[in-house]
Design a protein around this ligand. Structure first.
Ligand code: TXA
Ligand code: MG
Length: 360
């Protein structure tokens, strides 16, 4: 299957304008070393992490970081996450690591958790978008780790996508929008998690969740730490309102087709409500759980998978597909906003631009 994909790129006649290496069958360390040399030289590299693909640059090189902003078309007031491979790198970049941060690091790094720290002077202004804080994450993905180790540099990397689009979870989804805009592409197939990292900041001994992800509220509370979920995670942001994380205020993940998110704790009510919608509108596409699909009175439906892990892994690819169906409305099944479900709902509610119905 993986092998077919490499063929597909050629079959589909996609002319590679960036250097492309397929690591799916063989994790060729020499190629990762070569990509690391690109980073050292101030070029930008598309690489996998366990959450989503990233577009990386030497985090200490302001010019290289600018290329990332350009490639993505990203607003300059939205800071980047810096990826590290060891604690020495962390100590070089930040100051004032508290007890709670240490606990989080010991329990969740390497892994899908970004921690906001006070930054040191050496971090360029464009990485932090002028803030005095910097978001740091130690990824667990082996290729990401090797890339950082071989470059021996911290790597600033936002998700791999044009700003506003869903993050890239496999190269097929993003090749058209990023081909030629990055210098080097490391392809390792579909990522593990499929949603971006949990972003947190510790304030007065409490963990504030700025973006939910695979590391959940419960995971952090289990360490005996108090957690506050920022309300802006599920609400619409007033553009003038102060937000704790600039990313909260941007339009994100939304397809061009109008989307409606529907959720109920009661499965039958959820399915009934979606069928009502199908009966009203002729040209509709449903995104639903595998076990629900044959209950919908329409042929246009896409399978989100069954578990929260499946949905998390599939959802960005599905959101990228819906426009090609040329429907009037996409109806998406919601999930319970708990555990990984909070991260899924946070992305879906944005994809639907807060067009959301909860059925009691
Ligand atoms: O899983 C991930 O986090 C992926 C992979 C590539 O590591 N990266 C990612 O980066 O999702 P990006 O740039 O797409 O999202 C970073 C988010 C943005 O919402 C940004 O506003 C927030 O983190 N952020 C970064 N630095 C921050 C800071 N100093 N204070 C508050 N929020 C920050
Ligand atoms: Mg992003």
């Amino acid at each position: 299957m993986n092998f077919r994909y490499s063929l597909n790129l050629k079959e589909e006649g996609i002319k590679m304008k960036s250097k492309y290496v397929d690591l799916k069958l063989n994790m060729d360390l020499n190629r990762i070393k070569e990509a690391a040399m690109y980073i050292k030289k101030g070029k930008i590299v598309l690489f996998p992490t366990e959450t989503v693909y990233g577009i990386g640059a030497n985090a200490l090189d302001e010019k290289a970081v600018n290329k990332v902003f350009e490639a993505k078309g990203r607003a300059s007031d939205n800071p980047l996450i810096v990826h590290i491979a060891n604690i020495d790198m962390l100590n070089n970049l930040v100051q004032g690591i508290g007890e709670i941060e240490e606990k989080l690091i010991n329990n969740f790094w390497p892994g899908p958790l970004t921690i906001i720290f006070n930054r040191k002077e050496c971090v360029p202004n464009n990485v932090t978008a002028g803030l005095n804080t910097v978001g740091i994450r130690m990824p667990s993905n082996k290729i990401a780790r090797k890339l950082i180790e071989f470059a021996n540099l911290p790597i600033a990397a936002p998700s791999a996508n044009i700003s506003g689009r869903p993050s890239g979870t496999k190269i097929e989804d993003i090749i058209e929008e990023l081909n030629g805009k990055v210098d080097y592409i490391l392809d390792s197939g579909i990522v593990d998690i499929g949603l971006e990292s949990t972003v947190i900041r510790v304030i007065k001994n409490k963990v504030h969740i700025l973006r939910p992800g695979k590391i959940t509220v419960q995971d952090i509370e289990n360490l005996g730490i108090d957690v506050i979920v920022e309300k802006q995670i599920m609400e619409e942001c007033n553009p003038k309102e102060k937000v704790m994380s600039p990313g909260m205020k941007y339009r994100h993940y939304a397809p061009n087709t109008k989307c409606l998110l529907i959720y109920s704790d009661n499965e039958d009510k959820l399915i009934d409500r979606i069928n009502e919608e199908i009966n009203l509108e002729k040209n509709i596409l449903v995104l639903g759980k595998t076990s629900h699909l044959d209950k919908y009175n329409t042929n246009s439906k896409l399978d989100m998978g069954e578990s929260l892990e499946d949905i998390s892994k599939n959802i960005f690819t599905l959101l990228r597909k819906v426009d090609s169906y040329n429907v009037d409305l996409v109806v998406i099944e919601g999930v319970k906003s708990e555990g990984l479900g909070l991260a899924i709902m946070n992305r879906l509610i944005r994809a639907c631009e807060h067009n959301y119905i909860e059925v009691n």
